[in-house]
Write a protein that binds this ligand. Sequence first.
Ligand SMILES: [Zn+2]
Length: 331
Amino acid sequence: MDLVVRIFLLVPVLIESRLASAEDFGYDGSIGPTYWGDRYQECRGKHQSPININVLRVKQVALPDISFVGFDDPIDNVHVTNNGHTVLIEVENEPHPRVSGGPLEGNYVFSQMHFHWGDNDTLGSEDKINHRSFPMELHMVFYKEEYKTVKNAVTHADGLTVLAFFYELDRHQHPAYDDITSALGNVTDPHSSVVMKKPFSFLNILPYDLRRYFTYRGSLTTPPCSEVVIWLDFEQPVRLTHDQIEVFRELRSASGKIRHNFRPIQPIGDRTVFYNIDSNYYTYNEIDDPDREPEWPQKRKGRNSASVTSSCITLIIIIEVLIAYVDKIHY
Ligand SMILES: [Zn+2]
């Protein structure tokens, strides 16, 4: 074939592939997190995620218990998909698992879960705690039920909640992750998908303690970086072996292995991170600083001042009755 003809045939192909990659985002080079804001304005916002959580600066609160609905049901037809950025786990059958309570107003319906990881075990999580990174992080994404769809939910400030779980290393394998890691072997190529062989239960892959968590307002950690997420970062990590995490690093994007897919931390700005302690141990609001009411969240589980006042009045009446009774005996 004539060289000129070859070049003419090649040019449209090159332009097309360049446009395709320009529409995408990545974690390195000219499509890396530093440049996301060029194309997606909101990635330069003031309330972005992830953040570093400084535990000395969190505000302790005792929020109502979180209700996890459908988390211990075995779910069939669970799809595992490599979307070129991460691995997505999605459910088909209705009703989807849901969460409510904690800092949330209303019900949130499960949309998908996915993972973020790093090149090696010293990094990979998105949020950090006291500047500590974890080798991997799970995001369970839920949309507010009243907004009907994820697409509509991301147009509202309280549209999404993400339950985030950290991983740390253990010498022993976590058996509940075997089904996920064996599915990963079949989706190493980008835009490939499989259905999990066995029923899948959310609760099996989570840590034991679901009461202690950090919560703050932030954003999606991938473009378009919409600031619509109520984050709940659970304190107790899930424990996996190095080999179980290594399987994630074998997944491929169009440009090779996905060795890392975490966004660097963003400024916390004027935001407060709340830390929910186990409300079974604290029934009063004594853990709160009485001089400074938090701006969000508003809900508390502890007794309010009106009920404390009425308890005091009851106690005074009882004491007065007792005094009168003692006086009567005395005379
Ligand atoms: Zn994520």
